[in-house]
Design a protein around this ligand. Structure first.
Ligand code: AMP
Length: 358
């Protein structure tokens, strides 16, 4: 399908109004484009900077129809949009990245089977259908292993680590009433992610892979460049391109890898801009947000060139002192998301600590 490039003042609809929608809106606005946020919550962070906001449930078809009629193209900032919402919207407007990328990434089982069908490595896993299966699976897969819900998990939510088939903690029951998989723990050297984009014409541009540190399942820092070999970097980018092409993808994707001495193992991918790509805001002339807007607007992509080394530090839960702390280094950039209530584990902003490229 050929689409004309979006013209100045065109409106991009964004499903979800969190910090990613906010930063996408800022990027769009810098390019002379408008955004319209659709989010069920009142006062979403993206609403502060977007041209317009619809506050309605994702099941509200009247509101969705009105939204579709006011925008030129629709994108999304999180992958757990109900599939019915997308089916409904797709009849009224173009959604980028397409429906297939969401379908595959919304379910860990579907995602792993898709990756394996492309010849890419995933952690060994077993599909879990009940408590007996869990014990048997733990024995066959080996411990430690991680029980993960197939859907709606993020930031380590919906996951429990298990180390003994004969001592399964009672809190697994809260997960087992939903479809789940059991994943072998990968003993990785490091975690990296590739943020890349594919345009309407099939062109692909990748940013340099970032090295990620997680705590309690939540991303804490991303460091660029990652401590990987040229071969590992090339492989990671090629694997990402394979995924992009297989999905006939348009937009930015984030692919997370475990790096082991012999292998790159894909943990998961997110069909959207990604927290581990926030470093690009101060490490590249065109960041991941602008790159996504360019891709879905059918504009030429940037080549992803990096001009600085960056450590991106997430500000989680507590914002005390971040303004003064970031001011200790003139080569730092503070990004706050406008969230009023600082809850435990809530991403409030990030700081990009910049240093000259080595
Ligand atoms: P996820 O929600 O699947 O991205 O998991 C969040 C984080 O938990 C990952 O970034 C890893 O640090 C850790 N993790 C998840 N799955 C595995 C695994 N199979 N082996 C080792 N660590 C894992």
């Amino acid at each position: 399908m050929i689409h004309k490039p979006l013209e100045p003042n065109a409106t991009i609809g964004i499903l979800g109004g969190g910090q990613l929608g906010r930063m996408l809106s800022v990027a769009a606005s810098r390019l002379g484009l408008k955004t319209h946020i659709f989010d069920p919550s009142t006062d979403p962070p993206a609403g502060h900077v977007a041209h317009s906001v619809t506050t309605a449930k994702f099941s509200d078809t009247e509101a969705l129809k009105a939204f579709a009629n006011q925008v030129h193209i629709v994108t999304y900032e999180f992958e757990n949009i109900p599939t019915k919402t997308l089916d409904f919207l797709e009849a009224h407007c173009t959604i980028r990245p397409g429906r297939e990328a969401l379908r595959v990434s919304q379910d860990r089982l579907t995602e792993k089977l898709f990756l394996q069908s492309l010849g890419l490595n995933t952690a060994n896993f077993v599909d879990i259908t009940g408590p007996t299966t869990l014990q048997t699976a733990l024995r066959s897969l080996g411990t430690p292993a991680i029980l993960k819900t197939r859907q709606f998990g993020y930031d380590g939510k919906g996951q429990i680590r298990l180390s003994d088939p004969d001592d399964i903690p009672p809190d697994v029951n809260s997960l087992l009433d939903r479809p789940s998989i059991l994943e072998q723990v990968v003993h990785f050297e490091r975690e990296i992610s590739v943020i890349a984009a594919r345009g309407f014409d099939g062109s692909i541009a990748s940013f340099d892979p970032g090295e990620n540190i997680h705590q309690d399942g939540i991303l804490r820092t991303t460091t660029v460049p990652a401590r990987i070999t040229v071969h590992q970097k090339t492989e990671a980018v090629l694997h990402t391109a394979k995924i992009l092409n297989a999905l006939n993808y348009v937009g930015v994707i984030g692919v997370e890898f475990f790096v082991t001495p012999n292998n790159l193992i894909i943990n998961e991918f997110a069909p959207r801009v990604h927290n581990s790509g926030h470093w690009t805001q101060n490490g590249c002339a065109v960041d991941q947000f602008e790159q996504h807007i360019r891709a879905i607007a059918n504009w030429p992509l940037s080549d992803g060139h990096r001009h600085n080394d960056v450590v991106m530090e997430n500000i989680i839960g507590d914002t005390t002192d971040v303004v003064s702390r970031s001011a200790t280094d003139t080569l730092s950039a503070l990004h706050l998301y406008g969230k009023v209530e600082a809850k435990l584990g809530r991403k409030m902003g990030h700081i990009n600590w910049i240093s000259p490229k080595n």
